[in-house]
Design a protein around this ligand. Structure first.
Ligand code: PLP
Length: 419
């Protein structure tokens, strides 16, 4: 766990200078816990990797949209990649600069377009000719000119989980590479849109450099071609997708990844945008949970914990692996390890957080589900009428509650019983 703020001090797992044991006492479980130092370091790593090149890091809000995280990043000067009107609201509320917001997504509604236009965002990443037409109508109605980048699908195999691969020609995302030039040229007929950029995003949790390079080369070829036809492309947005280490993966470092992209871009003078989500917040968070029951059957040993698939759906959805660490290591050695199925209380066999984990456990023990900062809380739900967990941001020896645990009342707040 190098460069991590999650470390054992004696037998206790700490986040920066606070033990998780103390956090559980103070805020209860299940609870998402983030390290401000790790978040800060991740952002600075991206930002400084670009050196002096004109660039904008646009944090992909969907990875974790907590206002405190958005606000922290906005104070560093970060931009934002949003995919809905709700995310736009969040970024604005968190103090984000509208001129650093790009709006992605394959299904923007007319109202979402209007909201983006009235906020005066930097750019709409448009994914089809039909969307371009709708955006033109929205801009026309509002008497605005919409800044547009076309999201092009470079048909590159990201070699990641099929559910989070987006850059193959079979995927729903982007404009087919071979049609991009034609659509760029035809965009002139829309009076209320202005072409400003070119963008792609080929998938998530990529652990190799090659697909990024291949996509970058294709985009640069297209960029040169468009400029050759007299179109001015002001920025190139290369999307997000850099993977993190969940278990044995060894994704490229941010530094090497950005350096490789910059080497491809060479002396071209476009501003470079990048949309990292997972690689900014993923490693900086964990899900803290408590063992409610140990259940030993003739076939399996189960640790039934108080977090579940509604809190962290990645294992159930993608069969994703998260390391699971004991918060207090059993030092006496009196308790022998067993191979546990770490599962939640939800009525689904898919409700697991980890399979076959070697742990020495007692009921009441705390566990840390690691690398849960991205696509954890943001994908959580109230399934089984479970209030969603609290979120805590640790800064040195301070633990700040950045989202209260949901109350039972708030679960039913918007529902109505018929008279
Ligand atoms: C999800 C998404 C990202 C972020 O992906 P990560 O894998 O979290 O870096 C960036 N851009 C777009 C368009 C996305 O949909």
């Amino acid at each position: 766990m190098s460069n991590s703020s999650f470390n054992y001090l004696g037998n206790n797992l700490f986040v920066e200078s606070i033990s998780l044991d103390l956090i559980a006492k103070k805020f209860g479980t299940p609870c998402y816990v983030y390290s401000q130092a790790m978040l800060t370091a991740a952002y600075k790593e991206f930002d400084s990797a670009f050196a002096k090149r004109d660039h904008l890091v646009c944090y992909a809000v969907k990875a974790n949209s907590n206002l405190a995280i958005l606000n922290l990043l906005s104070r560093f000067g970060s931009g934002f990649d949003i995919v809905s009107g709700g995310e736009l609201q969040r970024v604005l509320k968190a103090g984000g600069d509208p001129q650093k917001i790009v709006f992605s997504g394959v299904g923007k509604s007319f109202d979402e377009m209007c909201a983006g236009l009235s906020a005066n965002i930097l750019c709409f990443n448009v994914e089809s000719e039909a969307e371009l037409e709708k955006l033109n109508n929205a801009a026309s109605k509002m008497n605005r000119i919409a800044p547009v980048s076309l999201r092009v699908n470079p048909d590159v195999d990201a070699r990641t989980h099929p559910y989070i691969s987006t850059g193959l020609k079979e995927n729903k995302f982007g404009i087919p590479f071979d049609e991009a030039e034609k659509i760029y040229m035809s965009a002139k007929r829309f009076k209320n849109v202005r072409i400003t950029g070119l963008d792609c995003h080929i998938g998530s949790q990529l652990t190799e450099l090659e697909p990024f390079i291949e996509a970058c080369r294709k985009m640069l070829g297209l960029l040169d071609c468009l400029e050759g036809q007299g179109l001015k492309i002001e920025h190139l947005d290369l999307g997000g997708g850099l993977g993190i280490r969940y278990s044995a993966e060894s994704p490229p470092s941010v530094k090497n990844y950005i350096a490789a992209l910059c080497a491809e871009i060479g002396r071209r003078d476009q501003r470079i945008l990048i949309e990292p989500g997972r690689s900014l917040v993923g490693s900086a968070g964990l899900l803290l949970t408590r063992v409610e029951y140990l259940k030993h059957t003739p076939y399996r040993d189960f640790a039934i914990v108080d977090a579940a698939m509604n809190d962290l759906i990645r294992p159930a959805l993608y069969d994703a692996y998260h390391e699971i660490l004991p918060v207090v290591v059993d030092s006496g050695g009196s308790n022998r390890t067993k191979i546990y199925q770490v599962v939640g209380p939800i009525c689904e066999t898919g409700d697991f957080l980890g399979h076959d984990r070697e742990l020495a456990l007692n009921e009441g023990d705390l566990l840390a589900i690691m690398s849960a900062g991205a696509y954890g809380m943001s994908m959580s739900s109230n399934y089984n009428s479970r209030p969603r967990p609290a979120e805590v941001m640790v800064d040195g020896d301070c633990a700040h509650l950045i989202r209260e645990r949901e109350s039972l009342d708030s679960l039913m707040f918007s529902e109505v019983i018929l008279p």
